[in-house]
Design a protein around this ligand. Sequence first.
Ligand code: PEP
Ligand code: MG
Length: 765
Amino acid sequence: MQNPRGTDPRIAGSEKALRIFMRRLREIMAGPSDGQARLDTIVRQVAGHMVADVCSIYLQRNDGSLELFATEGLNPEAKHNTFMMRGEGLVGRCAHLAQPVNESDAQNHPSFSYRPETGEEIYHSLLAVPISRGGSVVLGVLVVQNRTERIYSDDDVEVLETTAMVLAEHLVSGDVAGVNSAPEFSPTRSHVVRGQPIADGLALGHVVIHESRIVVKDLTSDNPALEVERLETAVGDLKATLDELLEQNEMAAPGEHRDVIETHRMFANDRGWLRRMKEGIQQGRLTAEAAVAREQNAMRARMNALSDPYLRDRAKDLDELSDRLLRVLAGRKIGQLAPVALPTDTILVARTMGTADLMDYDRSRIKGLVIEDSGGQSHIAIIAKAMGIAAVAQARGVMERVFSGDPIIVDAEAGDVHIRPTSEIIAAYADKARFRARKRRKYKGLKAVPAVTRDGVRIGLSINAGLQMELTQIAASGADGVGLFRTELEFQVAPTLPRMERQTQFYREVLDAAGDRPVVFRTLDVGGDKTLPYLRHPHEENPALGWRAIRMALDRPGLLRTQVRALLRGAGARELRVMLPLITSVGEIDLARALIKREIELLERRGGPVPKKVHIGIMFEVPSLLYQLDAVMPRVDFVSVGSNDLLQYLFAADRNNERVSNRYDRLSVPALRALKSVSDAAARHNTPVSLCGEMAGSPVDAMALIGIGYRSLSMAPSNIGPVKTMVLGLDATKVTRHVTALMQSYEGSLREPLTAYAEAQGLEV
Ligand code: PEP
Ligand code: MG
């Protein structure tokens, strides 16, 4: 029987009937009965409301099969005794597709799977809808069947889908999950989602879903005056909160946090923005929230049309500001995104996250971060590392699988995210976390111990840094200094090009924080994969081999000149160390030295304090320098080997491309020969040499580097402890002999024999 919409009396079509039905459903859910009784009542109610001969609920088990949990109309004996395998029958098909299945002649459908125990042979039509959360995590299937052949109407589908949605909420909240001895539904199932680690660490905690957007439900209002007043109050509160944020101690120092808030404050004072929102209320009869959202949408549409990366970034700031305003209108405080207080072991799970969003959270409560989106995480990675939280990005599917409050483990060593882990996994990770904590305590105890090998060779261990937030690490890590200060990081996270005054103040603070310890400032290393949103970079076929670092600085000397000026002023009368990135030829060294010299002379002429000594060094990152060693060494005050770049160019394998970055080994004979020729030449010329690439932070690699003559290494702060522990147990003379012999007798990678050697010596590598 065909069933045009709204004409069949059996169709539960009217809105009123639906409202009454939904109220009844909520009463059932809130009622005192237990899970099974609730499901039984629901199927009875649905069958009655939809005039269906059968209504059944199937729930998904761990193995993907569907178990008949409740039924009105089918043989009651079939309850908990009927199972559909994954994808089997029309019910399985509905779960598999995560879509409604609407069949007037189900029995003749090729997917139909007859179950004699149910007695369903007499029913022809079938409507099945998935019980799902987040669109694709299917928890089960809700089905109605009728004897007659009918196509269920859109209204029927809507009623069933709404019921399924309510059911899903209660299954997830655990209200119904206790119905059976085998409650193996998806929401209680463990999942592992694999992503890309972006900030090392291990965190066990509970999920807080980062809501970057407030969903506006009430769109229109009959009282525009009231809505305008609400909007004005909210904008006032927003401005006051931004002012307060800027006055907080931790915001006092310049840096990205401050820049973001300042940009937001600037936009919050923009009259045009407020006017457009007010017009939305007055002319469109919108609520304050809807007016904000409308303006936000219009702005997003404009933003998509922009090609200028700087303008796009400003538009993004305005977008974030609208989110903040919506939160204020919803009664949420800025800096407190979750309506309830954050748990002390919060793991934030987000589809996307802006740096400002992350910095809005209470740092002391955030242990980990999981982001679903791919791309654009370089800034978030920088902030997460500086905050010291474990972070994984590109965790596809994570948002669909997690619920607020779920236990979760972020393994940012491996890139795994364990959602609702089993007790065995929790125990294993708790052990791992305890082990890491024990090690950290041990490393902390070594802070004041100098890194001297057993045979008395002092190894300089410095840290790589670059952000305002990392300054505390200089003292906390017990390092000898900062071997590589990547100045471009603050440029990368800043919304606009930092002016000279700001740079000066920042460099001064870095030196203040370092005290007596030397800091090596690398001049801007931008271009390649390090773009600045507010600077135009020409499109290049091959950016890693393109117009970057010193090449750009020498072609456009304004940027370098400003930076050098700021560095000189920031240093005052103290010593200053400046390092030039990506040097390829001695000519570049001469040009850059001349530029720096001119700036020193200019400062002298102006009578400002001049650093008592300016050391000018280079990053050794381009293989061409290997053939100019004796020309390079006398020209520079120090050399720091950037092994990340040097080896990627030596082996012609992009360090950021997973497919090729593992094709060579840093401990292979050719790599070690190249690195040794640099340390040998430095020794010949008495030029201080250090190495600041990733390999310096790996104990076994560091051991090999000591074996080929390196006495100074610079690494991430967290690596100082493990490397120092290795150094304290090492005999430098013995390892030099051993590495030299291995380099003569092997051709390929020395990783295995070197690891075996370290273990034989009782070293932790
Ligand atoms: C390097 O290339 O080894 C290095 C330390 O510089 P960056 O990683 O910043 O390119
Ligand atoms: Mg480099």
